[in-house]
Design a protein around this ligand. Structure first.
Ligand code: PLP
Length: 409
């Protein structure tokens, strides 16, 4: 474990942003749940591509275009390996988790949801895994059901199971809740959903950066995540879907690349995955995502998970020293996210004063209003760890927080 600790301390040096100061203080970045900082290798890959190799994909025979196409397609293989998809054709590039979920809501919805059908989500979802289903339900006359969580922020499995029935067509659930850190028992949830005849979509925005993922072992039908949360560029994400489902679904958007033939009377569509990738894609961002995937897989997702768990335990213990602090989200299985409220102090004030001390945290509702309101009407202060964080940052943060609390009380 000492070796792991040593290595992780060194990794901080890979991230240029972490050498910055904020308000004259060294930057302590605890908002990786929102977005992660980028390692030099990702920045270099983007710059090298734009400087030396830039060209379009899928459309031309000249060297630059064929090189770009090969690099772009290689990332599809990398993503398939990262999450253990059966085939690269099951990997669709999108703009992010939000677009991936909206793609399924639109296309699966159009293909398979009828009036009276039910979509089952949970109380701890991000708005991205609530609102697309509301839009779908309004459009198709379907019904949105919500499985509740307990006081610790864990899904109540008996209630979840009771809500499953023959009308349930899709279960959409987060692997790791962004506001509470709860890790859901996805394998069990997927088995229950399938037993009821439903499909399952897993929001992997928070799980993908922090733990190994095996979509075949979990037996999930759709999986969504964002590049910018796994140390890659913004504007790129992934939708994984089982081949037979993606084949059976109508396309999301129309345009170039997603077609086979076009006449004014009728168009036919391309094979997977291009059927779901209309228009010129985010070429550089996909290639940058490839560099990010190489970076995290070289470190090892198991190692990242173990390191962030150590950070979680250390921070949880140290925060007990802060008077009046209440942890929000105390699930038995948690990722590296800590949300808390402090008696009589607004989270916005905490966040503002921490910023002046160089500490970046998120405050408010974290795009998960129903989940956070369940515990606090004013929202929470949230720390979310990345692989570059360390225990001395947590210690600095606790000192800064105690100072802030003294000032505000
Ligand atoms: N789902 C969860 C659990 C998230 O944490 C986020 C982002 O914070 C999203 C979905 C949306 O991701 P994006 O904004 O990258 O599409």
């Amino acid at each position: 474990m000492k070796q792991t600790l040593l290595n992780f301390e060194n990794l901080r040096g890979d991230f240029p942003m972490l050498k910055k100061t904020m308000h004259g203080k060294p930057l302590i970045y605890f908002d990786s749940g929102a977005t992660t900082q980028k390692p030099q290798v990702v920045i270099d890959t983007l710059s090298d591509f734009y400087r030396n190799h830039y060209g379009t994909v899928h459309r031309a025979v000249y060297e630059l275009a064929t090189h770009s196409t090969t690099e772009f397609q290689n990332v599809r293989f990398q993503v398939a390996t990262l999450i253990n998809a059966a085939k690269p054709e099951e990997i669709v590039f999108t703009r992010g988790t939000t677009e991936s979920i909206n793609t399924v809501a639109y296309s699966f919805g159009k293909g398979f949801i009828r009036p009276g059908d039910e979509i089952l989500i949970t109380e701890m979802e991000h708005h991205s895994n609530i609102v697309p289903w509301q839009l779908l339900c309004e459009d198709r006359g379907a019904v949105l059901k919500v499985a509740p969580m307990n006081e610790r922020g864990e899904l109540i499995m008996e209630e979840f199971t009771k809500l499953l029935n023959s009308k349930t067509k899709l279960v959409a659930v987060t692997y790791m809740a962004n506001s509470l850190g709860t890790i859901n028992p996805i394998k069990e949830i997927a088995a229950l959903a399938h037993e009821a005849g439903a499909k399952i979509l897993v929001d992997g925005a928070q799980s993908t950066p922090h733990m190994p993922i095996d979509v075949q072992d979990l037996d999930i039908d759709f999986y969504a995540f964002s590049g910018h949360k796994i140390y890659g560029p913004t504007g790129v994400g992934v939708l994984y879907g089982k081949e037979e489902l993606l084949n059976a679904m109508p396309p999301y958007q129309g345009g170039g690349d997603m077609i086979d033939t076009v006449t004014f009377e009728k168009s036919s569509y391309n094979d997977l995955p291009l059927k779901f990738e209309a228009g010129t894609p985010m070429i550089a961002e996909v290639i940058g995502l490839g560099a990010a995937i190489s970076y995290i897989t070289e470190i090892g997702l198991e190692n990242i998970q173990a390191w962030e768990h150590e950070l979680l335990l250390h921070a949880t213990e140290r925060l007990k020293e802060v008077k009046g602090l209440k942890m929000i989200g105390t699930a038995a299985k948690k990722g590296g996210i800590i949300s808390f409220a402090i008696d009589g102090i607004h989270p916005l004030d905490i966040g503002t004063l921490l910023d002046l001390r160089g500490v970046a945290v998120r405050t408010g509702f974290h795009c998960a209003q129903p989940a956070v309101r369940r515990f606090s009407e004013t929202g929470t202060t949230r720390l979310s760890f990345g692989l570059y964080n360390n225990k001395s940052e947590i210690d600095h943060f606790v000192t800064a927080l105690q100072e802030v609390v003294r000032l505000l009380k």
